[in-house]
Design a protein around this ligand. Sequence first.
Ligand code: ZN
Length: 462
Amino acid sequence: MNKMKWIGWPIFILFVIFLTSSFIFELPLEKTTSHTKKPKLATALTVGNEILQDFPNVTIHFEREKAVDREIYLEQPIFQKEATNDQITSWIKEKQSKHYHEISLESKKISNNFYQFLLTAKRGSDEDVLPFIVDMEKEDIKPLEDFFTLSDSFMDYLLSFLEKNLNIDQQTLKQRIIPLEKRMWIIKDNTFLLYLKDGKNEENFEIPDFVEIPLEDLLPYATKDFIKKNELLSQTLKKEEKKQLEKKRKKEKKKILKKEEGKQKKIAFTFDDGPHPKVTLNILKTLRNYDAKATFFMLGSEAKKYPEIVKQIAAEGHELANHSQNHPDFTKMDSKSIEEQILETQKIIEQISGLETSLIRPPYGSVNDQVLSVANNSGISIILWSVDSLDWKSRNANAVYHTVMNNVKEGSIILMHDLYPSTAEALPRLLNVLKDQGYAFVTVSELLEEINAEGIGPHRGI
Ligand code: ZN
């Protein structure tokens, strides 16, 4: 094996040198020969090759032929890959057969791997172009879908761009210059150039040769690969991602703020034994002033007397609740009578307000197993309280204020009565100070939700 290698290497190297040299010298020679073979009255022929910047495997071939009556000029990129050359050559041949005497080439590196080429064929004032992009690693002419996802949304974007910039309606656009993906295009100086004319649809139809769309506007449709390889798009993406991140952060911040806002200390004021033709109206006015909501545990008998006040309580967003028909002690009654007290009041409130109440506060807060069982069967929650304002005892606004302030905390259910003028008098001061301390005044139902109190109760608040 050693011996074989020893002999094999020099031969191999010689072979490589032979191949390389034949390639280097063959290519331009062949071109020159084929050109001189043409039966033309050539007076002068200039032929040359330049190496494409950064890609020594690709040459730019040019030839200038001065004939008696005209000058023929050709510039063409020559790749190692024959299939790629064939594609380009066939376009050039077609143009030359139609007497385009000048074919010039512009080339530009658009990213590490991609080069853009633009062949322009001229015939007098006529011009035709062949733009194409080449993946320099594989020497393939790249189709549009390598750069952009040819999704409906991309097409829609292009259509609306054309509609806006050409002032042509989509219907006409669709009929005349669709399918867009079959149009010629090129990426030039961070601009996506879409060529619109194809020689078939120009009749009576004023359209420009091409439209220019800023590349960064096409970021949402660019393929990952293209973004990675294109500096502008990668930068735009980074900026975009940064913006998104910033947006997300702001959103999160807002969420946290909102959460903190939502964490306002909620308490529920409750008023029993009404409605009262004066005191209840006074209380309603104060609640309105402080944007406070409360719960009114009303007696069926009083509700029946003052239906307009019941309606007003409901209309102003407060909660209507049951406090029995005429204030008996439920623990001293049989089930049937308790049920009657509850249902009769439910019926009255519903008839007046159209609202079904779901809360009951048994008079005196008197509850036993029997009361619980009746409430359970009626599907109504028993609500007691955690702060007794003792307004029924003191009948003094100052005393009411201090009793409440000394006991209130987040989650409190506060017992008051819309019967005593002193209670109505204490309320504005209470709401004013408690509001400053960050309390929000909600209905019992809302508070129960907040403190996750479930079932029939009795619920007392916190
Ligand atoms: Zn009561």
